[in-house]
Design a protein around this ligand. Sequence first.
Ligand SMILES: *Cc1c(COP(=O)(O)O)cnc(C)c1O
Length: 366
Amino acid sequence: MPASTALTFDVKPNQKPLAESDRLKAFENLGFGTLFSDHMAVIRWTSEKGWHSGEITARAPFPIDPASSVLHYAQEIFEGMKAYRAADGRVVLFRPEENARRFNESARRMAMPELPEQAFLDAVEKLVRIDAKWIPEGEGSLYLRPFMFASETFLGVRPSKEYIFCVIASPVGPYFKGGAKPVKIWVSENFTRAALGGTGAAKCGGNYAASLVAQAEAVEHGCDQVVFLDAAEHRWVEELGGMNVFFVMDDGSVLTPPLGGTILPGITRKSLIQLARDEGIVVEEKQYSFEEWRADAASGRLREAFACGTAAVVAGIGTVKFKGGEFQIGTGETGPVTTKLRQALVGIQRGQGNDQHGWLHPIEGI
Ligand SMILES: *Cc1c(COP(=O)(O)O)cnc(C)c1O
């Protein structure tokens, strides 16, 4: 297939979609990632044919050979994005080109084939179009999960010669059960997430596998999430298991750890930096140590902290726990700067704010 030819999708509608009454009933109690729409998008890649056999089809299991390479060597990457129903009824994606680009950065790091950005966007849009009725109204959204895995039947250690790209969709409510309540964070001093030269900047399943035992430790200590320190010195705050972190200082400035290979370049992070600067807030991408964090929380120099990502959007951090004790940030409640930035972002995503940077990507014809 010449590179200039757009990939086409065979559309095979699900013959047994979930009944509308069952769907609406399920919508009454939306969690995160438990309910799935009727369809999925699939594109296959082989070293001989490249990307081919695009389809939109009924969501169904994949037959996987036990020797499929992903099951042994974890060549797998993913993205996370949302389709929203805007205030004016349009269905919109938020900066999906950024997801397509980051997907390919992850692919390169994991020695996987890059997917043309247009094919990524087409797959996502076509899935949202066919499953538009799965987008909840109000605060909910349709969480989209594009992913790719190595599917060659082969146990040798080298990049697979076959891959499956797929997009599934899951209607979601708020990520944290407590809603907008501030979260409690556990500082992991035993486990690290990513080292220089490793895969920390790639959105790969393996990073999450490595974070789960630390997350379990957080939960044992009554916390919602874990925050990781750097692998070399166990000193610098990096990010949460699946979210970036920001600090709001008493002079009104905002600080977030710099990207540098060990931190996932979040699209929410990048957007909030821009929105804060639009508001005239000074934003520094600067290293911040756990020691400073504790001292600044005690002295009052630190006013607020929050975590951010597509799934949870913006979540205030109220309390920080670690092996030696715990401390509170500000009043322990979600602070005003956190709230303002959250509202600015959510306003744009819901089509109510001023989308001055052109971040919204409407899906026509729904
Ligand atoms: C996906 C992810 C984020 C957040 O990225 P967004 O693009 O804002 O959703 C942050 N950290 C990790 C480790 C992630 O996997």
